[in-house]
Design a protein around this ligand. Structure first.
Ligand code: C2O
Ligand code: CU
Length: 457
């Protein structure tokens, strides 16, 4: 029926060693003596959604965040993060959610274009002890998507306490590129968390959103990953409730960005710093060639001054990879014929002046027609704007940062809106008709009502 394999032999790294990289301010403040005990990065288990029905149970669990102490979290099948689904374009997924929580929940397949009844809409909430069958065919191109709860006003809490996992779609176009794979392809779910005195994950958001005290990568505190002198592919998700991460490497090397939310870019981009908001993804190549054994490179977050993940070069291999220069041909959406729709993200809880109403449909969109949508805000950004049911192409950003960044080209489903910015996208719903959501992916904003129902007709 359903196979669950260990995704990556690199899970078997040696015992924790003392890291010698830059120390995060938090650890230093807690009395670290210039060294941090680094824990092996957890690699989420891989699950294959077909053939057969995969059972996904959401329930409280205890997990080791690193260092051997157990923490209470909410988890899918006991794993934090949840199992990584991997499927090919053309596969079908059949996933049975069992709700072992004390609250209602749903599963939303963020980035997947699925029928409305499989989209995890809060109207289709599953009561405690209930279950729900999500069935969909994967028709889209290769990309890193993810899944998480989407119940009415409870999304922030359930995600923060641990419910989220990756969903990787592969296709032939991507396979033909021969990007690093196996142990050289590593998902990185980056988020923040607060751990209470008893060592458990804790959700106490402020009105400005949940900002945790420490970073976690794949549910690991102070993680390290032993690497070869080779090129790696990191599939990065900002899985935080509210925090933006500005990624950089401590040795000054650049990332080669090959993809984002919606899959491969047309051409790669070399960048030293990349900032993304909650819900956004990156597909990054990192080149460790030419680094001798014992070299440590830190993946940093320049916003918080955090050391997110230490790479430790421990083995010399010969990797003659030539970095790709072209990746994909992306055809531009064209021919908008409707007037531009304007969505104003107001305060911390409204879109176009209205708070979310589960039963109200705010607008209707014709199936198969390209539309131009403009996202604006009158404050309280960042607002990572996310649309269900289709990906979009970012056309322009004016005000604020004023540019479309290289990682925002191609296809996206979440785009960061900062104060003073106006972002225009082209979007076309050609998957399914029915009910979908537009919302801010700052999860506290979402839960407070910065969300809108629309219907594709
Ligand atoms: Cu990742 Cu509507 O959410
Ligand atoms: Cu917002």
């Amino acid at each position: 029926m359903v196979k669950i394999n260990s995704a990556c032999p690199h899970g078997a790294v040696s015992a924790a060693a003392l890291g010698a990289g830059r120390i995060s301010p938090l650890v230093a403040a807690q009395g670290g003596k210039g060294t941090v005990t680094r824990n092996p990065l957890k690699i989420p288990l891989a699950a294959f959604p077909s053939p057969g029905t995969y059972v996904l149970a959401a329930a409280p669990a205890t997990v080791d965040l690193g260092g051997g102490k157990t923490s209470s979290v909410l988890a899918y099948n006991g794993y934090f993060p949840g199992p990584t689904f991997r499927a090919n374009t053309g596969n079908s997924a059949s996933v049975q959610l069992i709700n072992g929580l004390a609250q209602e929940t749903t599963v939303h397949w963020h980035g997947m274009v699925v029928p409305p009844l499989a989209d995890g809409h809060p109207r289709n909430a599953v009561a405690p002890s209930g279950n729900y069958l999500y069935e969909f065919r994967i028709a889209q191109r290769a990309c890193l998507n993810w899944y998480h709860p989407h119940p009415h006003m409870l999304t922030g809490e359930q995600v923060c306490l641990g419910l989220a996992g990756a969903f990787i779609v592969n296709d032939n176009e991507e396979a033909a590129l021969g990007l690093p794979s196996g142990a050289y392809e590593v998902p990185l779910i980056v988020r923040d968390a607060t751990i209470d005195r008893t060592g458990n994950l804790n959700y106490k958001p402020k009105t400005t959103g949940f900002f945790g005290q420490i970073p976690l990568v794949n549910g690991t505190r102070d993680p390290k990953l032993v690497v070869d002198s080779a090129v790696y592919r990191f599939r990065v998700l900002n899985g935080a409730n509210a925090r933006l991460f500005k990624f950089a490497l401590s040795n000054g090397r650049q990332f080669t960005v090959v993809g984002n939310d919606g899959g491969l870019l047309a051409t790669p981009a070399q960048l030293g710093q990349i900032e993304i908001g909650p819900g956004e993804r990156l597909d990054l190549l990192v080149d460790f060639r030419g680094l001798s054994n014992g070299t440590k490179v830190m993946l940093q977050d320049l916003n918080a001054g955090w050391n997110l993940l230490e790479f430790n070069v421990t083995r010399q291999v010969s990797d003659g990879r030539i970095m790709p220069t072209t990746l994909s041909s992306i055809s531009a959406l064209s021919g908008p014929v409707t007037p531009t729709r304007i969505f104003s993200f107001d305060g911390m809880s409204k879109i176009n002046g209205k708070s979310y109403d589960l039963n109200r449909i705010d607008f209707r969109v014709p199936f198969g027609q390209t539309e131009r949508w403009r996202f604006i805000t009158n404050g309280n950004a960042p607002h990572p704007v996310h649309v269900h049911g289709a990906s979009f192409q970012v056309q322009s950003r004016s005000g604020g940062r004023g540019v479309v960044f290289p990682w925002e080209r191609g296809w996206k489903d979440t785009v960061l809106l900062q104060d003073g910015e106006s972002v225009e996208v082209l979007i076309r719903f050609d998957g399914y008709k029915g009910l979908y959501l537009l919302h801010c992916h700052q999860l506290e904003h979402e839960d407070m009502g910065m969300m809108s129902n629309f219907e594709v007709i």
